[in-house]
Design a protein around this ligand. Structure first.
Ligand SMILES: [Zn+2]
Length: 369
């Protein structure tokens, strides 16, 4: 309405904190980056770095307990377009006392009992934001909201891997899907696709815990379950593949960095420098943040812990999450990772798959697995 008195006043100048923090990042970051010369130097660095990270992530405060697995629902997905019939089990396992992980286990009919070492690799397919947790990863396109999320991000990489003949575990990570906390347990599309990882990060912080730590812990517990299950089923569970896009890429990074049972890691849409992507871009979900992490390591240092195992990084040229310098912020971190792989003569174990466009998973990369 014209003539009405404005309800606020305008400031011509602001006095924020960003520049101080950026400068402090430059002065303090990466104090524990690898500074050795050889593969022999690398092993003690990795051991010490993992100890530091177990503390920063809050994982040394977490409690182990019996898994008490329960398969409470089985659905058969018919064979299609030359891909096998899939048995989809809904499974619940206990990851910490009173904390349960819900997951789908996708088992292609081609995985017959007793096949042992002939069995293709078993995969963890980890979810990102706004895909209803495991529902989009397991390709439940019969749910319209999930179908849209799959169309937007190609989120159904779990189902795609199963159609390729792999046993695939598609979990709800903490605060996603059936594991949402009280704030977002509604059936509205926003609540159903969304998550309470933002709230969980706040709930955890004062107790010295983090969402990254919880998800890493849960990924390890999931591998414990798959080892148990695989031994009775005759699957090859001597190592695992791990795949994830966006928040699923974050979980893949951490799980592979902290647990050598992951022999192949495919990180899509989540490998870049912290300064540009999580300090300068400070509107990302709280589940990305770990108190004091940047003083010790940048993301390339964490990914270096995966050396010399197989690492596939997928980046989109137009992904705004790379930060204002775009792929340069990715290349710098991959240079750190490459220098670690070089110690092992294993640079060829890294593949950087660059795609055009915005933040999105490109399933063509699954072919290289
Ligand atoms: Zn989040």
């Amino acid at each position: 309405m014209s003539g009405e008195q404005p309800r606020t006043i305008h400031y011509n100048k602001y006095y924020g904190s960003m520049q101080t923090l950026l400068d402090r990042f430059d002065r303090r970051a990466r104090a524990d980056a690898f500074d050795g010369k050889s593969a022999e130097d690398f092993a003690p660095w990795r051991r010490k770095s993992r100890e530091t990270l177990l503390d920063l992530l809050g994982m040394n405060r977490m409690e182990k307990c019996p898994l008490e697995p329960l398969v409470d629902e089985v659905t058969e997905l018919p064979a299609a377009d030359g891909a096998p019939m899939i048995r989809r089990e809904h499974v619940v396992i206990q990851v910490e006392p009173q904390t349960w992980m819900t997951l789908y286990l996708l088992i292609p009919e081609t995985i017959a009992p007793g096949k042992g070492a002939d069995c293709p690799q078993v995969y963890l397919a980890l979810p990102g934001h706004m895909g209803a947790g495991k529902e989009s990863i397991a390709g439940r396109a019969e749910i319209p909201a999930v179908a849209d999320a799959i169309r937007q991000f190609n989120y159904d990489y779990g189902l795609r891997l199963a159609r390729m003949g792999h046993v695939v575990a598609c979990p709800d990570c903490r605060a996603f899907g059936e594991r949402r906390d009280e704030d977002r347990r509604g059936d509205s599309e926003d609540d159903f696709l969304g998550s309470t990882c933002f709230q969980l990060a706040h709930m955890a912080e004062g107790l010295g815990e983090t969402v990254c730590g919880m998800c890493t812990w849960d990924g390890m517990r999931l591998m414990d379950y798959l080892e148990e299950r695989g031994r009775t089923e005759g699957w090859d569970v001597s190592s695992f593949g791990c795949v994830g896009f966006s928040g699923g890429g974050m979980q893949t990074l951490w799980t592979a960095a902290m647990d050598d049972r992951v022999s192949t890691a495919l990180i899509s849409g989540y490998l870049y420098g912290y300064k540009d992507s999580l300090l300068l871009l400070c509107g990302n979900c709280s589940c990305n943040y770990i108190p004091r992490l940047w003083e010790h390591f940048d993301m390339g240092d964490i990914a270096s812990l995966i050396a010399p195992r197989r690492l596939i990084v997928q980046s989109c040229r137009g992904d705004h999450l790379n930060g204002p310098r775009g792929l340069d912020n990715v290349y710098e971190q991959l240079d750190i990772v490459r220098s670690a792989y070089r110690l092992f003569g294993a640079e060829e174990k890294i593949l950087h798959d660059i795609r055009e466009g915005e933040h999105c998973f490109h399933p063509e990369v699954l072919e290289v697995l």
